[in-house]
Design a protein around this ligand. Structure first.
Ligand SMILES: [Zn+2]
Ligand SMILES: [Zn+2]
Length: 277
């Protein structure tokens, strides 16, 4: 049984995204031989190419909300899952804005791309979905896309939570109590709170409530990157007593009996199938 996250991107927010100060490609999760793309924003495809990962090995894709740093490469991942339209294969899961559109936002994928894969569905907070045999709880968020959600992945070795873009409130954080790993979008550093996102001050409060074994910062904005995310994480660790790190692009985390951090290895030299036209 495996559960490995490769952080395809660790940037977030519109400026990091438009300048690609860091990649914004979301996460690639391997669980028991199944492959899952989560929030494939700009850079996801480039990073997958860089590590020689064949995107047609992706079984499912989850998209938290309809902001481009979370979805812009999604149509191409859908093309990959169904092997360029040759197979009815792959599952897409997304919030209401992603799948159906909501207000001025979305949908994130064209009708064509939703229909080339095997199936797709929208989720709402409070639900638990099954993603290729893994249970994933859908949690509430407070964000400028009001249909945004967060996730708790149930692994054999404990719960791994990905809190997508949200403001901090105690109620939002309490949803993640029991998580072994807490992946937090900390967009801005201390004393730089912006609406609908979290800063390092919020991370301190969030982590004190959840008390995970490990907290990981992602979705780093430009000001955060300039202030040194490693240093910000170290300060948060000092203030909470909980191991806290900032992720870097192509970092990996293996969740077994122990938590093992590393850097992505190259997958396969034959990552572009010879049958590709
Ligand atoms: Zn975002
Ligand atoms: Zn967002």
């Amino acid at each position: 049984m495996t559960f490995r996250i490769t952080f395809l991107g660790t940037g977030g927010g519109r400026h990091t995204t438009m300048y690609q100060v860091r990649s914004t490609g979301g996460m690639l999760i391997e669980h028991d031989g199944k492959m899952l793309n989560v929030d494939p924003g700009p850079g996801a495809l480039t990073q997958m190419h860089r590590i020689h990962y064949n995107v047609s090995d992706t079984d499912s894709m989850i998209i938290s909300h309809c902001h481009p740093d979370h979805y812009s490469d999604a149509e191409c991942v859908a093309e990959g899952m169904c092997h360029g339209g040759r197979l009815k294969r792959g599952h897409i899961f997304g919030s209401t804005s992603v799948i159906e559109g909501s207000g001025k936002l979305g949908p994130c994928l064209s009708k064509y791309h939703l229909n080339i894969v095997k199936d797709y569905r929208a989720f709402k907070p409070g639900e638990t979905i099954s993603v290729d045999g893994m249970d994933v709880d859908i949690k509430k968020a407070i964000h400028s896309d009001p249909t945004n959600v967060g996730f708790v992945f149930h692994t054999e070795h404990g719960r791994v939570s990905y809190v997508s873009d949200t403001e901090f409130t105690p109620e939002i954080a309490e949803q993640y109590i029991g998580s072994r790993v807490l992946i937090l979008p900390v967009t801005t550093p201390f004393e730089n709170r912006i609406p609908y996102h979290m800063c390092s001050d919020d991370a301190v409060e969030f982590i004190k409530i959840v008390k995970p074994e490990l907290a990981i910062f992602i979705h780093l904005g430009v000001v955060m990157i300039k202030r040194d995310p490693d240093k910000q994480a170290a300060m948060v660790q000092d203030m909470t007593g909980i191991r806290t790190i900032a992720a870097h692009d192509l970092m990996t985390l293996d969740v077994g009996e122990e938590l093992v951090l590393g850097d992505a290895e190259t997958f396969d030299d034959e990552w572009i199938p010879s049958t590709s036209p």
